[in-house]
Design a protein around this ligand. Structure first.
Ligand code: SF4
Length: 282
């Protein structure tokens, strides 16, 4: 009989849960989300069944005044906000309050003449959104290597899902420059808690399963963390991707499970049910 251990903190974070609820509560006949609501194809397909579709920024001008458009938890730039306003569609802002607070900080310090530095991934929608509140002038870095030529007044924030080790490294590098420095560790607790729980659990299991969308950066980070402790770590999107040979392998007695902040509970429960049913047939 296999033992299944589930990470203490796993699955939907507060901001994602809130965004999904907000979108589902929108009763307008035609509702759109600006980009996929979350990085999880199963949920995006489920939303389509409720007539909630994803559109891209380039299609904003096609919105009708009778439509609703949901801004996802990652948030958007000031410019996109403005575009949405001029479309006359009903704007439903589901930006996570923690991300909104970064927008406010960035706008305030940019207006006070600070150079904004974002520790994060320049291609991530949340970072693109944050950069839009300082006129797209931020220096975006993960390592601090891009900071050779910076102003003498600097304000640092982090992508909410960034690893603390990267944020600390960048701040330490700037401190050496002896300039005026304001720092905001804006890494979200939900991220930290999921990473810590996954790390702890992966040390105690024979097989570790990380459930998350392939495009979900926080799920991929969980996979990377678990892989360090448990070489037998796999990253799957849903129950269909469960590898039967690993589940049937006698050596894998204890199975650990964690899920990214954008993985719905029903996807995780489906995975658990399938493991249990395979185990019963062994
Ligand atoms: S990870 Fe944190 S900041 Fe990002 S959406 Fe979730 S709760 Fe909000």
């Amino acid at each position: 009989m296999k033992e299944i251990r589930i990470a203490k903190n796993a699955g939907f974070c507060f901001g994602v849960k809130r965004a999904v609820e907000i979108a589902n509560n929108e009763k307008n006949k035609r509702t759109y989300t600006l980009g996929p609501l979350i990085h999880n194809d199963d949920l995006v397909n489920k939303l389509k069944e409720s007539n909630i579709y994803s559109i891209e920024v380039d299609n904003i001008n096609e919105l009708q005044s009778t439509d609703s458009v949901v801004i996802r938890s990652h948030g958007v730039t000031a410019e996109v906000h403005q575009k949405l306003k001029s479309s006359n569609a009903r704007i439903v802002d589901a930006t996570c309050p923690y991300v909104l607070s970064i927008h406010k900080k960035v706008m305030r310090y940019f207006n006070e003449g600070y150079q904004i530095i974002i520790v994060g991934d320049k291609n991530h929608p949340e970072v693109i959104g944050i950069n839009g509140w300082c006129n797209n002038t931020a220096i975006i870095t993960k390592t601090g290597d891009e900071l050779t030529d910076i102003s003498d007044k600097v304000c640092v924030v982090a992508q909410t899902t960034e690893r603390l080790i990267n944020y600390d490294k960048v701040v330490e590098k700037i401190k050496l420059k002896n300039i005026e420095l304001i720092t905001f560790n804006t890494i979200c607790n939900a991220t930290k808690e999921r990473q810590e729980s996954a790390e702890e659990l992966s040390k105690t299991v024979d097989l570790m399963i990380v459930i998350g969308g392939k495009k979900s950066s926080n799920s991929r980070k969980l996979f990377e963390i678990c892989k360090i402790n448990c070489n037998n770590t796999i990253f799957i999107e849903n129950k269909k991707e469960l590898p039967l040979d690993l589940l049937k392998d006698e050596k894998n007695k204890i199975i650990g499970i964690t899920a990214g902040a954008s993985t719905p509970d029903w996807v995780t429960n489906d995975v658990i049910d399938k493991i249990q049913s395979i185990d019963k047939d062994l």
